[in-house]
Design a protein around this ligand. Structure first.
Ligand SMILES: *[C@@H]1O[C@H](CO)[C@@H](O)[C@H](O)[C@H]1NC(C)=O
Ligand SMILES: *[C@@H]1O[C@H](CO)[C@@H](O)[C@H](O)[C@H]1NC(C)=O
Ligand SMILES: *[C@@H]1O[C@H](CO)[C@@H](O)[C@H](O)[C@H]1NC(C)=O
Ligand SMILES: *[C@@H]1O[C@H](CO)[C@@H](O)[C@H](O)[C@H]1NC(C)=O
Ligand SMILES: *[C@@H]1O[C@H](CO)[C@@H](O)[C@H](O)[C@H]1NC(C)=O
Length: 738
């Protein structure tokens, strides 16, 4: 079940959609590689100097390399560790030293966009807590920001909140203001000289989470309306870690700084190519220390769907966000010479002004013997003499770069992939189904002078929304025995992704120097762009979490996460299992309801440490990670991850029971009754099934027991606690493990 299958689909998408990816970093010198040496929390007190400790450790292992050549980065503000260029041998020696939690190669991560808020039932006029919102700081770890965008103007903003401890180190020609109150940039790969966003991705995510309200925003008139972030009065702190790619060395620096700078929430629309064990994953490590300091990290699930177990940011202390559609679909029509109109999917702002152009089949547009590649409009030789000024029909999806290069005037593609969202291209494009593509081909074959027109995009209402989009990465959490430290089996008990938010065709701010399509020949400069990806879903959840926090500044990250999850709207369960909870977690985010969840499933950092014990970490290591005298429980490790106080539930049916504890945050005096919805052949009981509270913050526990006689694949069920006002819902996924 947990095999990560690798079709070409996610690969193509990762190029298109920007979830940031982490690959093994380059080799330095002959056999040195950059490793991250993770040492856990900073010691609580005493005269500890992390820098001298890092130096002395390195000195003990280095052979034939100087300290300055080897040491790449020290992490010392919010947690402890460093990055260094090491040989295999040096790495081995270091791994066995006292005080080290893990040593792992630094990977390169990849980048993972406003109708969406209204669609989520979060109107402009929503009730707000303005004073607290203006003191809320959203940290964005991404490709930087375009500070001159209207979305980040500081008109009407007071000076930064007093609690802010960060600074503006945005580099060359980068000025912060009272909206963007902090900026830092890191450049492991390229020589960056500022936190300015030359890509567009970071500007897009930041404006979704916390951008100002900007009227009359559009992409060349498409999707015109008011662009706004979830918390427009909040402040933004920018941590630029990527241009086209991102190094884990930099990502850890960003977390190290952001936590100490005093951000309230972190948005990280980046990820690796596959899930990794927590202490060898920079985002898991950084977000763990953020969690311990009361900061929730919202991350993108990845764009590796629809394959199962493609989800990447899986640690239970972060919020992992899947991407779903909104009720606004962008389409564009093709009109053939014979009058046939076919509906395609593409964001096409180009206007052919109703004129028809000659239409040619790619397979017949090759001067040489490259027919097989030209029919797909992939690499090969589209003959410029044959395609110039014409519309080319291709048998598969492509970025349009090559047809543009061959001076074609437009491209029609037939491909059943990417059919549930519209991509943007550097020339007029319409992506049709293979079925409609065949109609275009037979028209080309039968007409004497085939011709066509590709219309400018239009907007349709989609009554089926929200549905999870194909590219959104799926669970289950792919962590299995082979990547955990010891042989103790980790239950796949935390559903991941956790929640779904809009991630399809979202209009938000863009960098005017970033290509709107990431095709270098596309030199259009735009202030707003329409973009899709779990990268885009993530900042919607970040913004929603920030919004909840403005009403409950004292809530833990786990409580905020729980509030978002238990109030999410259930999504369509009539689908294949990988399109159910493993695709959308608890369901579709509802920021307004999340402010008032009734009960929360709270969790402390200690609970997460106990899970680490299950994963084979010893008390010694746990103490390093926690920076205190925490220890693994002496008793047998019977409390498996299924018992982690998580707001969603997943378990092997044969494990029969699990416990949860809820904290009352609704009415002081209230009584909740449990309702279970399940498959008829599976018995699920909740004991007790009535919980009575007398005070706020009171906790009550219950046990869920599952029994079945039969062997099933995967069953979806749910538990709802209801007091007459608050409905506290947890999905329950039951599987029969191998
Ligand atoms: C954009 O294009 C460049 C160059 O082709 C590529 O390296 C990069 O990965 C692309 N970026 C994204 C986010 O797809
Ligand atoms: C700073 O950046 C802005 C935005 O790109 C640009 O208009 C301005 O000319 C730059 N100023 C300098 C001194 O480079
Ligand atoms: C752990 O530390 C706390 C306070 O720092 C102390 O109260 C407690 O006794 C310690 N526990 C153990 C087992 O040492
Ligand atoms: C839960 O299951 C375990 C192991 O099957 C059993 O020992 C325990 O009594 C059960 N707990 C409850 C409350 O049913
Ligand atoms: C609240 O508590 C009082 C007793 O303290 C009880 O009489 C009343 O019914 C309770 N109200 C609700 C809504 O449970």
């Amino acid at each position: 079940m947990a095999n990560v299958s690798r079709s070409s689909f996610p690969v193509i998408l990762s190029i298109l959609m920007a979830t940031i990816i982490v690959t093994s970093s380059g080799v330095f010198g002959e056999d040195r590689q950059v490793y991250i040496v993770y040492m856990g929390a900073l010691p609580a007190e005493g005269e500890y100097s992390p820098s001298s400790h890092h130096h002395s450790i390195l000195q003990q292992v280095l052979e034939g390399s100087s300290m300055t050549e080897s040491l790449v980065r020290s992490y010392k503000r919010s947690f402890n560790g460093f990055a260094a260029k090491l040989t295999d041998q040096e790495k081995q020696r270091l791994s066995n030293m006292e005080g080290i939690v893990s040593v792992f190669p630094s990977r390169t991560l990849k980048l993972h966009t406003t109708r969406s808020w209204d669609f989520m039932g979060f109107p402009e006029t929503v009730k707000r807590n303005p004073t607290v919102e203006s003191d809320t700081i959203v940290g964005v770890i991404d490709t930087g920001i375009w500070p001159e965008s209207k979305c980040f103007s500081d008109e009407g903003f007071s000076p930064p909140p007093k609690k802010w401890k960060g600074s503006c180190q945005g580099g060359r020609n980068f000025t912060c203001n009272n909206k963007i109150i902090g900026a830092r940039f890191y450049s492991f790969y390229e020589h960056e000289d500022s936190a300015r966003d030359t890509n567009g991705h970071g500007t897009h995510t930041a404006s979704i989470a916390a951008g100002n309200k900007v009227k009359d925003a559009s992409f060349y008139g498409l999707a015109r309306g008011i662009a706004r972030g979830a918390v427009p009065s909040a402040r933004i702190a920018v941590y630029k870690v990527c241009s086209d790619k991102c190094s884990e060395v930099d990502i850890l620096s960003a977390f190290d700084d952001a936590i100490s700078d005093g951000v309230d929430i972190l948005s990280v629309s980046l990820g690796g190519y596959e899930a990794k064990e927590y202490h060898t994953d920079s985002i898991a490590i950084g977000s763990f220390h953020a969690f311990r300091r009361g900061i929730l990290t919202s991350t993108s699930a990845g764009n590796g769907g629809p394959d199962e177990s493609s989800v990447v940011n899986v640690a239970p202390w972060m919020l992992t966000v899947a991407a779903s559609s909104t009720d606004r679909r962008i389409i564009d029509n093709v009109i053939l010479g014979d009058g046939t109109t076919l509906m395609g999917r593409a964001v096409n702002a180009f206007d052919m002004k109703g004129k028809k152009f000659p239409l040619i089949y790619g397979g017949k547009a090759s001067s040489s013997n490259h027919k097989d590649s030209t029919r797909f409009c992939l690499k090969g030789s589209l003959d410029e003499n044959l395609v110039q000024g014409k519309i080319v029909y291709c048998d598969s999806y492509s970025t349009g770069e090559l047809t543009l290069h061959a001076k074609a005037i437009g491209t029609i593609m037939g491909d059943d992939r990417f059919s549930d969202f519209a991509l943007s291209y550097p020339l007029p494009v319409s992506l049709l189904s293979v079925h409609d593509g065949e109609r275009v081909k037979s028209y080309i074959n039968s007409a004497k002078n085939p011709e066509a027109n590709i219309m400018r995009s239009d907007v349709l209402r989609d009554a089926n929304a929200p549905v999870i989009v194909s590219f959104s990465s799926r669970g289950p959490n792919p962590m299995t025995t082979d990547i955990i430290k010891a042989s103790i089996y980790l239950d796949i008990s935390c559903l991941s992704p956790d929640i779904s938010a809009p991630g399809v065709e979202i209009l938000a701010a863009w960098s005017p120097v970033g290509s709107p399509t990431n095709v270098s020949a596309d030199t259009r400069s735009v202030k707003f762009n329409i973009f899709s990806g779990t990268s885009v879903a993530c900042p919607h959840a970040t913004g929603a979490a920030a919004y909840v926090k403005t009403f409950h500044p004292d809530w833990s990250p786990a409580a905020i996460k729980s509030a978002l999850m238990t109030t999410a709207s259930p999504m369509n369960a009539d689908t294949k299992f990988q399109d159910r909870e493993f695709a959308y977690g608890s369901g579709h985010i509802d920021p307004v309801k999340a402010v008032n969840p009734g009960l929360v499933y709270d969790t402390s950092g200690g609970d997460y440490l106990e899970i680490q014990c299950h994963n084979g970490y010893t008390t010694k290591e746990i103490r390093l990670i926690a920076g205190d005298n925490s220890s693994c429980p002496k008793r047998e490790l019977t409390r498996a991850t299924k018992d982690l106080n998580y707001p969603s539930m997943a378990t092997d049916v044969r494990k029969s029971n699990f416990t949860r504890t809820v904290t009352n945050v609704g009415f002081p005096n209230s009584t909740y009754t449990a309702t279970v919805t399940s498959h008829s052949k599976i018995k699920i009981t909740v004991s007790p099934d009535v919980l009575s509270f007398k005070t706020l913050k009171e906790k009550q526990s219950f046990v869920v027991t599952v029994s079945t006689e039969e062997k099933y694949d995967i069953i979806s069920a749910s538990l709802v606690w209801f007091d007459g006002v608050h409905s506290v819902r947890s999905p329950i996924v039951l599987y029969y493990g191998s």
